[in-house]
Design a protein around this ligand. Structure first.
Ligand SMILES: [Zn+2]
Ligand SMILES: [Zn+2]
Length: 347
């Protein structure tokens, strides 16, 4: 089968590989019916993911159909449509039992798919710990509706959850890229008093305005002033930072009111400075880290009930054979791209 592969720094390409086989008793083989490209794939391509293994098939956002299951896979059956979780987790270790699956102690635990083990920009993928790593897609939910469940939508859901949003809150979300958009729609599930999205790209600001007219949208230059104007100078009750620049990190704590929760979802290229003397008395709570993507069943239920819809984020569609073109578009942010759906060539 054709597998889009991390060959070397700066170089992804198709490699012919055999169809994956079951290795462990709780593995499953999934035939991929749709996948996507994530910013983390670009980080691998650019050589900035130290753990990424050369020669692995890339891709960790996907849905598909269960083709084969090992004898210990109890929660799934052949032919079932499933969303694949970006994180591999055993479900039994110290961290998994507490819901902190990103830190699963299993050797394959955490983000392994499309990074340390073969991922999904291909035709078939082996999923370790399939009982926890695959979630059945409810009838009536399409592949496009379910596509982001295991990765960016899980991230947005987790970010909104750990931000402890209450109905009185003014929530500021910094960054309206794909993960920022997912954080936005998951924040909406908590019904805060007001949501403000800060984004530097004018096309992305327009995209948010067109989809969610009830959300206030500002540029970074106007953000602090705007937040102060709507909060009696207090600042935002909750800040979710998804943009990942030095400026956006600074804006996140500056825009927060005293005693706010500041949730850092973004990945940064370099360390950030917390000027604690300037913050003294502000009593902020910072939450940082990588998603614990263990709410996929709840997310799929919310999709099936119409509370979550990420399909407007799919702005482009490509067959697998033309995935290099899709990467070029995504990497250079051409043509207003937000997310791309990759489908098998036979479709
Ligand atoms: Zn991702
Ligand atoms: Zn575990």
């Amino acid at each position: 089968m054709k597998a889009y592969t991390y060959i070397d720094k700066g170089n992804f390409g198709f490699v012919d590989k055999p169809r994956p086989k079951l290795i462990n008793d709780d593995d499953a083989i999934v035939r991929i019916t749709m996948s996507s490209i994530c910013a983390s794939d670009l980080h691998i391509k650019n050589g900035s993911v130290a753990r990424a293994v050369k020669g692995i098939t890339v891709g960790h956002e996907m849905v598909g159909i269960v083709e084969e299951t090992g004898p210990s896979v109890k929660s799934l059956h052949t032919g079932q449509r499933v969303a694949v979780n970006v994180e591999t987790f055993c479900g039994e270790c110290y961290f998994c039992r507490r819901g902190f699956i990103n830190n699963c102690e299993d050797p394959d635990g955490g983000w392994a798919l499309g990074c340390r083990i073969d991922g999904g920009q291909t035709e078939f993928v082996r999923i370790p710990h399939a009982n926890t790593g695959l979630t059945p897609i409810p009838d009536g939910v399409s592949d496009e509706q379910a596509l982001f469940t295991g990765d960016i939508l899980s991230t947005g859901f987790w970010a909104a959850k750990i931000s402890q949003i209450i109905p009185d809150d003014v929530v500021l979300i910094i960054g309206a890229g794909p993960t920022g958009l997912c954080s936005l729609i998951c924040t909406m599930l908590h019904n805060p008093h007001r949501i403000v999205v800060c984004e530097s790209d004018s096309r992305r600001r327009e995209f948010v305005r067109s989809l969610y007219p009830e959300v206030s949208v500002v540029s970074p230059e106007r953000c602090l002033e705007f937040i102060r104007s709507i909060t009696n100078n207090r600042g935002a009750d909750t800040v979710i930072e998804v943009a990942g620049s030095d400026e956006s990190f600074k804006l996140a704590w500056q825009a927060a009111r005293p005693n706010a929760i500041v949730t850092i979802v973004a990945l940064y290229d370099r360390p950030q400075i917390l000027p604690l003397p300037d913050m003294y008395g502000k009593n902020l709570t910072f939450k940082t880290g990588g998603v614990d993507a263990c709410d996929c069943a709840e997310i799929l239920k919310l999709i099936s009930e119409g509370y979550i819809d990420t399909t407007p984020f799919i702005t482009h569609r490509y067959p697998l054979s033309r995935i290099a073109e899709a990467y070029n578009l995504f990497e250079r942010r051409l043509d207003g791209v937000v997310k791309i759906a990759i489908t098998p060539d036979s479709c």
